[in-house]
Design a binder for this molecule. Structure first.
Ligand code: GCO
Length: 485
């Protein structure tokens, strides 16, 4: 169902889980700053403590091992390693990642390191942040520090997470850090610097890594798919998935084409006209570095068809469509068509670097966390990913978002994405039903997906078996809850 050696993982990012904001010399980031702005974050919540992963990481790695994760994607906090962003190195910050990597390896979990998941050092923001033409050099310096320290053990690297979102929500809509609403010209300049930073980071990793690296990135994936799979609708979806539709960044190609093809997409260049960023000699060569995989974060998608006039039309969602607590419609086909179209265009192996859902999970009276929606969602998406694999799209891995419930940016702690429930008052962790289910998926390399839904009355041997074992206190191949707080 999936290739041999398929990577089964889960993910996180530093600001969302670490906490320890003031510990061991970490510098402030733009997210610390935004969290203090009245009205910016749900309930005025912050990442100051988050999951307290900074001090509890060993326990968290134990839980990941119990799930059976083959890989764990986490990000390094730039301001923990370089408190001002450049210059002085904070050794205790680096030590933390050293220890995290060692614990993962001891648990047989392969670390996948993201270099930038949105927590820009405030000190660099004060010097211009992503608007500064110097930032590719700053990012290269930071990358060098991390690679020099971790690359004897880390081989999987992701440069930048979701440029579309941190530029779009951070510099355009003002909802994410640094909370700005800038002109299109400035937004495009920031985006150009992001692309250059990506390219410089790839160069640094290739030059300095001590073990042969595998390098990718993790943009968000816009997946428009044929609502009904006719050749005309498939073509309409392909065009729509690979177009710059309107000003802004909700597309694949504005960032994807420069990174993977070496030039900006023509439709975008036409659309932006005089707002186009200044492109210095050599810029596009710097941006266009060989990658080993195309990582992509896909949560939802939209069904389209070819309209009567030949243009692509979006098919409206039916009333009451299944959706998550983020109000993102459940659209499993996005995990077939997204990877397929991206592979067609960019000719790289695909790794799903994020997929998952927010759900109103709580610890039930029986001490467990029942999240059948997450199981059903993930199963349906993974079946579509398996279909992509069967149709020869080289899909090399899948990282569920997220390992733990965490700080969901402007939504604070109200949205729960984890396989592991976190009680933020006590920091108690509880593996959700989905975590047990996922461990079976991993163990069977996906074969478990063809069993009917594990929570269904008629076909729920898995959950029933786990429940039985729990009652009898038997430790089967599937880890059972209890005994951990
Ligand atoms: C993202 C983010 C995650 C979010 C997740 C759910 O890359 O958007 O990487 O940090 O928590 O996507 O919104």
């Amino acid at each position: 169902m999936f290739r041999e050696g398929f990577v089964w993982g889960a993910g996180s990012s530093a600001y969302q889980i670490e906490g320890g904001a003031a510990l061991d010399g970490r510098g402030p980031s733009i997210w610390d700053t935004l969290c203090r702005r009245p009205g910016a974050i749900h309930n005025s919540e912050t990442g100051d403590v988050a999951c307290d992963h900074y001090t509890r990481f060993r326990d968290d790695v134990d839980l990941m091992q119990r799930i059976g994760l083959g890989a764990y994607r986490f990000s390094v906090a730039w301001p923990r390693v370089l408190p001002l962003g450049i210059g002085r190195i904070n050794e205790p910050g680096l030590d933390f990642y050293d220890q995290l990597v060692d614990s993962l390896l001891a648990a047989n979990i392969t670390p996948w390191v993201t270099l930038y998941h949105w927590d820009l050092p405030q000190g660099l923001f004060d010097r211009g942040g992503w608007l500064s033409p110097e930032i590719p050099a700053w990012f290269a310096e930071y990358t060098r520090v991390v690679v020099d320290r971790l690359s004897d053990r880390v081989t999987n690297w992701i440069t930048i997470n979701e440029p579309q979102i941190f530029v779009g929500l951070g510099y355009r809509e003002g909802k994410h850090a640094p909370g700005l609403k800038l002109s299109m010209k400035e937004q495009l300049a920031a985006a150009h610097h992001v692309l250059l930073a990506h390219g410089r980071a790839v160069q640094v990793i290739r030059e300095r890594a001590r073990s042969t690296p595998s390098i990718g990135w993790a943009p968000v994936g816009r997946a428009d798919y044929p609502a009904v799979e006719t050749p005309e609708n498939i073509e309409a979806a392909r065009i729509s998935s690979m177009s710059v539709h309107e000003p802004g960044f909700w597309n694949n190609t504005w960032f994807g084409d420069p990174v993977c093809l070496g030039h900006y997409p023509e439709d975008g260049v036409r659309l932006y006209g005089a707002d186009m960023p200044r492109i210095e000699r050599g810029d596009m060569e710097t941006i266009f570095q060989k990658l080993d995989f195309y990582g992509v974060n896909i949560y939802s998608g939209v069904g389209v068809r070819r309209g009567a006039d030949g243009a692509t039309e979006t098919v409206a969602w039916p009333a009451g469509v299944a959706s998550t607590t983020m109000r993102w419609p459940v659209a499993p086909k996005s995990l077939y068509w997204g990877p397929r179209f991206l592979h067609e265009r960019y000719q790289l192996p695909i790794v799903i670097t994020e997929n998952g859902m927010a759900n109103p999970d709580w610890v039930a009276g029986d001490g467990r966390v029942h999240d059948p929606q997450r199981i059903d969602y993930t199963r349906a998406y993974l079946l579509e990913l398996a279909r992509a694999h069967a149709d020869r799209v080289p899909v090399h891995g899948y990282f569920h978002w997220a390992a733990l419930d965490n700080f969901e940016w402007a939504e604070g702690y109200k949205e729960r994405f984890g396989l592991i429930h976190v009680d933020f008052a006590t920091q108690k962790r509880t593996m959700k039903d989905s975590a047990y289910w996922y461990s079976e998926v991993i163990r069977s390399n996906g074969k478990h997906l063809s069993d009917a839904s594990p929570f269904a009355q008629a076909a729920g041997p898995q959950v029933r078996r786990v429940a039985q074992e729990t009652r009898q206190g038997v430790r089967g191949p599937v880890p059972v809850p209890g005994g951990r707080s």
